[in-house]
Design a protein around this ligand. Structure first.
Ligand code: GLN
Length: 453
């Protein structure tokens, strides 16, 4: 814990942490030491972690990196973090993210962008760590924690993991409780870990997962021993390569990485088969209807009364307007406007209902694939390596949305997906591959992920 607190201080230029909790960390570490001495240490005893600022932490400021939450300090603890502390983990602080987890570069945070610890060969240009869990990914990659919590609505665990050479798993929808996590799009949001290795991510997920009666969408199924799946045989497993993921203009480096990953799995005894997921091309547009729709509804609660910041007006309506105008950033406002539009009477059927139907078709594509005996699907994690801060999404938000092309389908179908570092581009930047699994079969992803890692 001391070593990590020192590393955090020395690496503040990365802007990975938005709150540091050194006193709390030392106390928790001492308590873990005492437990270990008694032979009662939990599976994470003394392991220092960073927590994405979307998770409510009792007594520690939690703002989802939005001005509208002001200095909101919860009086309660999220279920996922409660389970981590139960198992002995130590809180180092809260990690930066895109405002309300909306973004793919960690540039929409009210605390400013996170800097990726990686650089292109021979260049000093600062790169994004991906998003929205950019602080989590950068902190793990730079050794500012041993692991971190993250959340993934359309790729926010897997894309930053790929951009920083770390491992990120988004488990099956319902595997981790969403209670006490700031909601973005409730039918898509899932928590998961970002860690240095597949094994670390398996251990962390084991603590984070589990049924919680406080989240009606969490699923009452026992949590398997994920760590035992690491190193498990993949002999005879059928791995699907979806032809629709061979998108136009895919960089040769990504193509090569993908074939290389397939070769590695084949060498380990898996069988590679081409599969078809015909509705893939509709996933991104449908996601950018469903996610903003749910966001506009979830974000209605930030009214200047219940949480954080308030800007006064002459009457209550003016107060609402002034608070929301000052409190939300540009990307969040864009999502609220899109969301209220697609949900409004007259447009609901044409947009929201249609997007939900597309969602069902996407889910069926995967089901058909798994019915043919496919154990998992291999794809690239991202269409490129990390890009420069300020390089994308300025005048054209869609340019930024295209980053999610390989990841959003997984959230739309509620499936588990893992991003594993698999190589680097010509500039030496890390690149990742994604494995998509059957519902509640995270174990297969850990076995396959370890082959690629
Ligand atoms: N980049 C996607 C978005 O902006 C996904 C974000 C996420 O997974 N939280 O909506």
């Amino acid at each position: 814990t001391d070593a990590h607190l020192g590393a955090i201080e020395a690496a503040r230029v990365l802007n990975a942490y938005v709150v540091e909790t050194p006193d709390e960390a030392r106390k928790m570490a001492q308590a873990a030491d005492a437990q270990i001495a008694k032979g009662e240490g939990g599976p994470l005893a003394g392991i220092p972690l960073g927590i994405k600022d979307l998770f409510a932490t009792k007594g520690t400021r939690t703002t989802a990196c939005s001005k509208i939450l002001g200095d909101f300090t919860p009086t309660y603890e999220s279920t996922v973090t409660t389970q981590l502390w139960r198992d002995g983990a130590v809180l180092l602080g809260k990690l930066n993210n895109d405002e309300f987890a909306m973004g793919s570069s960690n540039e929409t945070s009210c605390f400013g962008p996170v800097v990726n610890p990686w650089r292109r060969a021979g260049s000093d240009a600062k790169l994004v760590p991906g998003g929205s869990s950019g602080g989590s990914a950068a902190a793990v990659a730079a050794g500012l924690c041993l692991g971190a919590t993250a959340t993934d609505t359309g790729g926010s665990i897997r894309q930053p993991a790929a951009f920083t050479g770390t491992v990120g798993i988004k488990p099956t929808y319902g595997r981790c409780s969403r209670w006490g996590i700031v909601a973005f799009a409730s039918s898509l949001d899932q928590a998961g870990p970002i860690a240095r290795t597949v094994r670390d991510s398996a251990i962390l997920l084991g603590s984070m997962a589990g049924y919680d009666p406080k989240d009606t969408t969490s699923v009452d199924r026992p949590v398997p021993n994920y760590e035992a799946a690491v190193g498990g045989s993949v002999k005879g497993m059928k791995i699907g390569i979806p032809k629709e993921y061979r998108i136009d203009g895919m960089p040769a480096e990504i193509e090569k990485l993908w074939s290389q990953g397939a070769e590695w799995l084949k060498a380990a005894g898996a069988e590679l088969v081409e599969v078809s997921l015909p509705h893939t091309k509709y996933a991104l547009p449908a996601y950018y209807i469903v996610a903003p729709a749910e966001a506009s509804s979830n974000l209605a609660r930030y009214d200047g009364v219940r949480y954080g910041a308030r800007v006064n007006g002459r009457n209550i309506v003016e107060m609402y307007e002034a608070t929301r105008a000052a409190g939300f950033g540009a990307e969040v406002k864009r999502r609220i406007m899109i969301g209220t539009y697609v949900l409004s009477a007259g447009y609901y059927d044409a947009y929201y209902l249609r997007a939900q139907k597309v969602r069902t078709l996407i889910k069926r594509d995967f089901e058909q694939c798994f019915e043919q005996g496919v154990s998992a699907i291999l794809t690239p994690a991202t269409p490129s390596a990390a890009f420069g801060i300020g390089e994308k999404g300025g005048a054209d938000p869609v340019e930024m949305y295209l980053n999610d092309i390989f990841t959003v389908t997984v959230n739309m179908a509620g499936l588990p997906g893992i991003a594993v570092p698999a190589g680097s581009d010509s500039q030496g930047l890390p690149l990742g591959l994604q494995l998509i699994g059957r519902p509640f079969d995270e174990e297969t992803l850990f076995s396959l992920g370890e082959v690629i890692e």
